[in-house]
Design a protein around this ligand. Sequence first.
Ligand code: UDP
Length: 324
Amino acid sequence: MAVQLALVTGAAGFLGSHLCDRLLEDGFQVVGVDNLSTGKMENIAHLEHEPRFLFEQVDITRPFDVGRVDYVFNFASPASPVEYLRLGIETLQVGSTGTFNTLEIARKYGAGYLHASTSECYGDPLVHPQVESYWGNVNPVGPRSVYDEAKRFSEAAVTAYCRYYGVNTHLVRIFNTYGPRLHPGDGRLISNFMMQALRGEPLTIYGDGSQTRSLCYCTDLIDGILRLSRSEIHDPVNIGNPEEWTVLQCAREVQAVAGKAMGATSSSELVFKPLPQDDPTRRRPDITRARNLLGWAPTISLREGLERSLTYFLTCLNEEKAKA
Ligand code: UDP
């Protein structure tokens, strides 16, 4: 079979870079694009001498063309609350114009298309756990709307390209994911907690820490995404780990893993901060669809995933110390 060509947008991001790695492992030739607004070249530095990988700095909100491709993976967007709140307009633009531009590429070359959507489509969910048929509870004018509505709009655009133009599209609703290459300063739960615990600082709990998240290790998530890309499913599919944790429980897990690494049995304290507006109170994927249609389920527990991420966060800590 001829080598498959994949375009990955957001290639220098956390998930985009892991996706590039996996596609290369699977024998693809990959063109990665990123405007580096939140992505980091360090995430793909190891691919510099990989002959099957090409990087181009591209802003996908402007029409672009990298030549014929067989598959488009659209992963470009600020994704952590801190980043999308800072880059609100850009987030709306990439999730609207950017999505159209990438859909046009898929349409032009008859390529497959997979869009990275999000559990934020469910907003602060009134249905629990979240099934794909739930339409969500999103504040269209709240601070998070720049991300949530951009992603919801993208889902509509992607579905329309399937419905009107027959593009072979796929929508993955990604739940909280973590692992190496999560930016240490992106303000997320795991990156904040890991860095704070390794620095011996108190962990910042927003609200009372009773809100829940379900955390998936990055390689599990990428595996689910690859399966979806090869399927005939055009409806959204949740990919995430259905194990649900309160933020407080996550803090304890991180403290246990980081504490062991730092040679301490008990670790840093907790400090309570205000809960951000519209912070979802609970989140857990119903993955029945992924299990039944893709034969997919996560394999890595939170404890194991945190242990696998430790070396990376220790490197971030050392870099931080070297800069200080
Ligand atoms: N959170 C927290 N302390 C932190 C960072 C996050 O308590 O230092 C909470 C946050 O309020 C939310 C959850 O952890 O309830 C997950 O936040 P994250 O920013 O990772 O992403 P979200 O799931 O909200 O998009």
